[in-house]
Design a protein around this ligand. Sequence first.
Ligand SMILES: [Fe+2]
Ligand SMILES: [Fe+2]
Length: 191
Amino acid sequence: MKNKITREDAWNLLTEYTKTDALRKHALAVEAVMEHFAKMFGEDEEVWGVVGLLHDLDYEKFPDEHCHKSEEIMREQGIDELYIRAMKSHGYGICTDVEPESKMEKVLYTIDELTGLINAACLMRPSKSVLDLEVKSIKKKFKDKSFAAGVSRETIKNGIVMLDMDLDDVIFETIEGMKAKAEDIGLKGNL
Ligand SMILES: [Fe+2]
Ligand SMILES: [Fe+2]
């Protein structure tokens, strides 16, 4: 790929537009999980990671123009279409009509909401950690619609169908990805 963005450039761009700690941690969590899935599928970890890092680039400053403002900023920066399309596809059915097509896009679409659910669940735990988290406790939270009600279970379910994977496996791998960066994403807790 010719116009590959380095992780460093992506981080600099993200932090220029995103000052909120929670949003930075969300970007880092999505990056970590994207890297994990890339490794699993034998794909480019840096490309997948950067896609995760930048997917909510405009959200802090332009929440009402989510995805559209990111597209504008990314184009100004001369960022490759591959990253722009992936970013837009995470908002499929919400703020764009760009359907996830590639494996990378399908993973992003699925794990964006799922990392949110896992994050909320971890913060409720005595350990405040992702390191000792089990799949079954996330499955329970997944079914309990009143828990982290803002997390769209429908989006996650749609993503799993697109990926042709089991919910258990996707939850397991997403937790694994988050564990790898537990400290950076604020989920090391007291372990
Ligand atoms: Fe988003
Ligand atoms: Fe997100």
